[in-house]
Design a binder for this molecule. Sequence first.
Ligand SMILES: *[C@@H]1O[C@H](CO)[C@@H](O)[C@H](O)[C@H]1NC(C)=O
Ligand SMILES: *[C@@H]1O[C@H](CO)[C@@H](O)[C@H](O)[C@H]1NC(C)=O
Length: 477
Amino acid sequence: MASSYSLILLLSCCSLFFVFITATQEFAFNTSEGEEAHHYHTLQLTSLLPSSVCNPSALGNKRSRGSLEVVHKHGPCSTLNEDTVKSLTVEEILTNDQSRVDSIRARLATKTGKKDILGSKATIPAKSGSTIGSGNYIVTVGLGTPAKQLSLIFDTGSDLTWTQCEPCARSCYDQKEPIFAPSKSTTYSNISCTATQCSELTSATGNDPGCSASTCVYGIQYGDQSFSVGFFGKEKLTLTSKDVVNGFFFGCGQNNQGLFGGAAGLLGLGRDRLSIVSQTANKYRKVFSYCLPSRSSSTGYLTFGSSGVGRKVKYTRLSGSSRSFYGLTLTAITVGGTKLPISPTVFQTSGIIIDSGTVITRLPPTAYSALSKAFKAQMKKYPLTRSLSILDTCYDLTNYQTVEIPKISVLWGGNTLVEIAPQGILYANGVSQVCLAFAPNGDDSDIGIFGNVQQKSLAVVYDVAGGRVGFAQGGCA
Ligand SMILES: *[C@@H]1O[C@H](CO)[C@@H](O)[C@H](O)[C@H]1NC(C)=O
Ligand SMILES: *[C@@H]1O[C@H](CO)[C@@H](O)[C@H](O)[C@H]1NC(C)=O
């Protein structure tokens, strides 16, 4: 009796066990299939190609009252027309991107230069075809009273805001909107050479200010030999109908050269004293956020202040000692759900900044080769093809309509995992050359840069006073 009872127990035990195993296996099988799908994006190739029709983001529109609309300089949503915007080939964009990266590196390596900004610098000709960076985004602001609309390149990698100004004493390049005329604004005033803000130009521009008839003179040059020199002034800046900044310090350019792509100047969102972020610290507590559209045919936003910052934002600490740049801590990269075997010291040695004007993310070569290798391993079914400028992991997808790519995430300090959008993983030069949108630096000691392709469609929140930067997926289309 007892034995038959225990036999029943044993049987029931084991059949239960068996059922349990089967269930587990089924479950595991189902899960692994589910997870595999979870680790891949399937995307239409057309979504990687430029579109000629502007299709503004609904999300962007919803926010537009308190936000500036962000558009890609070369996309169909940009109001800069064909006459002033030279369209660039993908190779040209990547070449220009490298000159921006070189200039960032040079600025980080050297301290403030003591140069005669009105002398030699002012006469350096802009190299034809080069720009301050070609992957830039534009916002339109109102300057002066009455307010004049000006399209400015928005740049987290520099501090001084400037625009070309009448009478263009030496030279102005072609821009889309009429050039700003301080004499026609009732709120413009010159800054004197003895003002504190005048001396702050030294760190904001890397050049000591000049002085002309007691008016402070600024000069700033960019990596590609573009520059702007002019009077340092103060003016009313209208960001949105709700966001008006009185007495905003900016450069009123009298000698401007370079192909700024028809933009009227630059909006400096860096960390230094004269950036718009610092100048509006009392009003917006050094908080701003933006979303760069996933396609050049869509729109994003730039918002000042913390209103509209979502709850889903995950933060990481700001780091680094740079006055202008926003330094972050990168700890790992995952491809298809698997962490790449990269020693954390590789990222510690290089450091990394986030930059709105650099197109392609730059990684230490050791990290990049691990990334490229893992990506290639998961893209085996697609034929490799020749390199595209700085991008060396490229596929010929001529015979495909969709492509299945491993998801890529970056792990920031504080265990903040941020998934890159599919449009941030691939960079296409037509369907026959679709490349992994990351590039190696020359040396593991060079600083890493988290570029704007990888930031696409993320809501990026800069809480500078709080010493942190946050990310949320799906910030804009
Ligand atoms: C999960 O497993 C069950 C049982 O084998 C099966 O009927 C079902 O189709 C599976 N689901 C998926 C998504 O594969
Ligand atoms: C600003 O200073 C410059 C140089 O001294 C002068 O030419 C210009 O008229 C001044 N503008 C105003 C509005 O004072």
